[in-house]
Design a binder for this molecule. Structure first.
Ligand code: SAM
Length: 244
């Protein structure tokens, strides 16, 4: 498969997250003072960097296994004068979790532990009462159609609905401070940004290129999977939680 531009070339975040929602989530966290923040599966850590910009005495650790994403995050941190307050570590977050953070962010990364319930259980084991958690989690916005399931290679049991997700947090030791779902516009922006990597490759290459037809098919199949398959069905929830 040819090399595509990195996702960060076309996306601010590797999840259906708008700038406006990021700002709203950061405002909801309140004044974090000198909090220690852990971002699990941080990717290039854009949300963590924005939280640190809003909280000049806080420190953060981002954990991911994608060295290219981490390198981009480190470069952004340095360019924004945040490199003394953030460490981006390449390791398996399930194996290595920094001690006693005041805020854990886990956006699109609960698969590190095998899903939302296992992730919340593991996170609860690392935080004290009163610590905050920002969870971004895949959900079914509507009952999945056979076409949506095929497009995602998923089964109906793979994800909770939003009410099921929220109902799960209490028994795992959290209370929800806010609950929201990514809008259609956030999803469309995310999917368009994702697909733009393929489109930019196609623009940069000629139809006579050996890989051209393969990439064209990939681009069209991905877009069709979204538009004809899971658009409006595959959801993404943002939960702001506090540990009890
Ligand atoms: C959907 S992305 C979300 C990235 C980021 N939270 C964001 O919203 O932009 C999931 C991330 O989890 C990372 N990941 C997967 N398995 C991991 C593991 N075992 N430990 C740490 N990170 C992992 C992936 O490399 C990827 O960057």
């Amino acid at each position: 498969m040819p090399d595509f531009p990195p996702l960060h070339a076309d996306l601010s975040f590797n999840s259906p997250l708008s700038d406006a929602r990021a700002s709203q989530l950061i405002a909801e966290l309140g004044n974090l003072g000198s909090a220690q923040i852990v971002d699990v599966g941080c990717g290039w850590a854009e949300l963590l960097l924005r939280v640190l910009e809003a909280n000049p005495n806080a420190g953060g650790i981002g954990i991911d296994t994608n060295s290219e994403a981490l390198a981009h995050g480190r470069s952004n941190a340095s360019a924004r004068g945040l490199d003394t307050r953030v460490r981006l570590i390449n390791t398996d977050a399930a194996e290595s979790f920094p001690a006693v953070p005041n805020l854990v962010m886990c956006i699109g990364s609960s698969h590190v532990w095998g899903g939302h319930a296992a992730a919340l259980e593991a996170i609860r084991g690392h935080v004290s009462s009163g610590s905050q958690v920002l969870l971004g989690e895949s959900t079914w916005s509507r009952t999945p159609t056979p076409r949506a399931l095929t497009a995602l290679g998923a089964t109906a049991g793979d994800m909770p609905s939003l009410p099921e997700l929220v109902a799960a947090v209490g028994p795992l030791g959290f209370r929800p401070l806010s609950v929201a779902e990514a809008t259609q516009s956030e999803w469309d922006d995310f999917e368009s940004g994702y697909s733009r990597g393929y489109e930019r490759w196609l623009i940069a290459h000629k139809p006579s290129d050996a890989d051209y037809d393969k990439v064209l098919l990939l681009a069209d199949e991905h877009r069709k999977a979204y538009l004809d398959g899971y658009r409006g069905i595959f959801g993404f929830a943002y939960l702001h939680l506090v540990a009890v």
